[in-house]
Ligand binder design. Structure first.
Ligand SMILES: C[S@@+](CC[C@H](N)C(=O)[O-])C[C@H]1O[C@@H](n2cnc3c(N)ncnc32)[C@H](O)[C@@H]1O
Length: 292
């Protein structure tokens, strides 16, 4: 008789997701975090959640969904789930053309306006910050513009994401060369400390950034974010449908101070969704302004 294989050595294939399971999981994700996973990307859920289902000893996606709804560890599992269902592509100085427009037409103006009003305090919100490259880029830009005078400013960059793994990575502040591929070498030399495992963001930049988890589809959580002069939400709303985008844009509007700016990804537009912002159109990018 053939000896029994220990369970852990039995190779199980990840289960295929049925049409009904996909529809249920898709609805669950949409209702909770606003991300809309189209039918053609069903494979994403299979690739990303299939191994987890095996690891947990579950048979299929229905059992996994049951666990997310009612399991005793559902909150812990939800954190893992958020990490798995999000796409976190990012880098330092991503889309330099757009950042040039932002620096010239937004950031410098906002700093001047604050200074002229005798209020050297600035709040920027990086909503959907992934592993921190975006908010740290903003911190570096502020250091480059203000130089030594930064010590006279009260600056906070609030940086939030849905994925606990990404926030943990941002907190560690350690990056590989790939994340820095569009960052000028002199900037790397000035704002990173070379360590054996990579490049560590300098504490003078890190201390400007306040990291935390958020679900942008949760209106109450969004309401708790301090009022902002500038909101960065780049390459996030592409995962939402028009209804969720519209809600979020309206929440951003409420969060912004009068005359505040909203910066979206270069391929993202709110043209058809909201008329309350004034678009500032420049070669290299569009930014949206709330009226003063
Ligand atoms: C493609 S990354 C963009 C990162 C950065 N803003 C950039 O442009 O480089 C999108 C990020 O949005 C986050 N995200 C997606 N849905 C979210 C939600 N409902 N609440 C908060 N963050 C979300 C994802 O976790 C992911 O890290």
């Amino acid at each position: 008789m053939e000896p029994l294989k220990p369970a852990s050595l039995t190779l199980r294939k990840t289960p295929p997701i049925s049409t009904r399971e996909f529809a249920e999981l898709r609805r669950f994700i949409y209702d909770l975090v606003g991300i809309d996973i189209p039918e053609r990307r069903k494979y994403l859920l299979e690739n990303r959640l299939g191994p987890r289902i095996l690891q947990l000893g579950l048979r299929n996606y229905s059992e996994y969904l049951m666990m997310l709804h009612h399991g005793p560890d559902k909150n812990t599992e939800l954190k893992y789930f958020f990490t798995k269902i999000t796409t976190n592509e990012t880098s330092f100085f991503r889309d330099t053309k757009q950042l040039d427009v932002f620096e010239t037409h937004v950031l410098k103006n906002v700093l001047q306006e604050c200074e002229a009003a005798g209020n050297k305090s600035l709040h920027i919100w990086s909503a959907g910050c992934s592993s921190g490259e975006e908010p740290y880029t903003l911190g570096i830009m502020l250091h480059e513009i203000l130089r030594m005078s930064i010590i006279g400013w009260k600056i906070q960059i609030t940086a939030n994401d849905l994925s606990p793994d990404m926030i943990a990575k941002a907190q560690a502040g350690l990056y590989g060369e790939y994340a820095l591929r569009t960052t000028p070498k002199d900037v790397v030399d000035r704002y990173f400390i070379k360590e054996t495992q990579g490049y560590k963001i300098h504490p003078k930049v890190q201390k400007l950034v306040s990291l935390g988890l958020i679900n942008l589809n949760d209106k109450l959580a969004v309401k708790r974010v301090p009022k902002s002069h500038i909101i960065f939400c780049r390459n996030v709303i592409i995962y939402f449908d028009d209804a969720v985008k519209q809600k979020l844009i309206s929440n951003f509007y409420d969060n912004l101070l009068p005359g505040g700016y909203l910066v979206l990804g270069h391929s993202e537009t709110i043209h058809k969704l909201s008329r309350v912002f004034q678009p500032l159109i420049k070669p290299g990018g569009i930014v949206y302004r709330k009226s003063t």
